[in-house]
Design a protein around this ligand. Structure first.
Ligand SMILES: [Zn+2]
Length: 375
């Protein structure tokens, strides 16, 4: 455990298998009326580690002659690495589980969780798989479910102790912390912000050095950008505490970099479709963007490519055909003018041809590192 800021501790849970089970940060806002933000994994080892660390923080307070009571736990969103620890931690530490209505609905049961999590091939991911592809996908899905169930220690919460509004102010150790919705990575995602400290907990929405995973059915690209722009408007923002990786000490620059990166990716997808002689499938776009990468990587990035294609389609910039057993995208003759200069289409707000936009994105301003798209 590490005290990042006065009385704000991070407990990092060791992960495994890279992007499949990443290391995760659980934060303890320690004091006389504290709160734990995010619950981590629910496996026995993870819970034991967290309980030990919370008790060690309590001992430290005791040595300093300060009152210590942490009785609430709140999770940023309904992904397994964030909620699985809720129930066992409630039992071990006598916590009250505090959730928004939306998160509570998703993690109420295994059925409601997987309903919110599993994407449909054609409707969500814009692909029609052959027999081999369906087998591969079924195997991959079973692998993920197996990981979640066992290694993540998946456990659900049909009976939260308190439901809070999506936007509210929580008193934590006498300080006012604002909860506000930040959908994008997940539809139920919330952030936690303290103006006096200039500190924001962003869950998975802002990460320091890796790219936030985005994919159907629960991610939304436009909502994601809107959430990031809302963070840029916060009156004081000195540090972002992330669910994975180390703190972001230049938060507004990092958030702008993420917005630029998404615009660049949108322009790239549009350019690939524009340059294709016979249209392009989602798979062809993925193979162009991630040439030389393996199949696992291609499956990991499928989500954001599908979301981007659906966004471009909704803006009238690409159109689809669904014949010949595949879904293929073509450049639309004319995009809707108002949308064509929308926030996700350009790097610098200037309109122009798709090629110009890609060139500006690639060469202008900050260097956008070609990092992999993962959680
Ligand atoms: Zn997540």
């Amino acid at each position: 455990m590490n005290e990042i800021l006065p009385d704000i501790f991070v407990v990092s849970e060791r992960g495994a298998f890279g992007a499949v089970k990443p290391e995760i940060n659980v934060y303890v806002l320690a004091g006389h009326d504290g709160l734990i933000f995010d619950a981590g994994y629910g496996s026995r080892g993870a819970v034991r580690h967290l309980v030990r660390e919370v008790r060690a923080i309590g001992e430290r307070f005791k040595m300093q002659g300060r009152p210590f009571s942490v009785r609430r736990i709140l999770t940023s969103h309904a992904h397994p690495d964030h909620f699985s620890g809720l129930r066992p931690l409630r039992e071990e530490l006598g916590l009250r589980v505090v959730l928004t209505r939306r998160t509570a609905e998703i993690i109420a049961s295994k059925a409601s969780f997987y309903r919110s999590y599993d994407a449909d091939d054609a409707a969500d991911l814009l692909i029609r798989r052959g027999a081999a592809g369906r087998m591969w996908n079924a195997a991959l899905q079973a692998l993920f479910h197996g990981f979640y169930d066992r290694l993540y220690g998946l456990s659900f919460v049909p009976d939260p102790d308190e439901i809070i509004p999506d936007s509210t102010v929580l008193k934590i150790n006498g300080e006012e912390w604002s909860v506000f919705p930040s959908p994008g990575h997940a539809s139920d995602h919330i952030s936690l912000y303290n103006r006096e400290r200039g500190v924001l907990f962003t869950g998975d929405n802002v990460l320091r050095s890796i790219t936030t995973w985005l994919g159907p059915p629960n991610s939304d690209l436009e909502a994601y950008i809107a959430s990031l722009e809302r963070m840029l408007e916060l009156p004081k923002l000195d540090m972002v505490l992330t669910a994975h990786g180390s703190p972001v000490v230049n938060p507004k620059a990092r958030i702008r970099e993420i917005i630029d990166f998404r615009r660049q990716r949108t322009a790239q997808v549009r350019e690939i479709v524009a340059q294709s002689r016979f249209g392009a499938t989602a798979d062809e776009i993925i193979r162009t963007l991630y040439a030389g990468e393996g199949r696992f990587k291609h499956e990991m990035v499928r989500g954001w490519v599908a979301l981007t294609l659906r966004l471009l389609e909704s803006r009238g910039m690409v159109k689809r055909s669904s014949g010949m057993g595949e879904i293929r995208f073509y450049p639309a003759a004319t995009g809707r003018a108002a949308d064509a200069s929308g926030p996700l289409d350009t790097c610098d707000g200037r309109s122009g041809s798709v090629t110009e936009t890609v060139m500006r994105c690639a060469t202008g301003g900050r260097v956008i590192s070609p990092r992999g798209d993962k959680k």
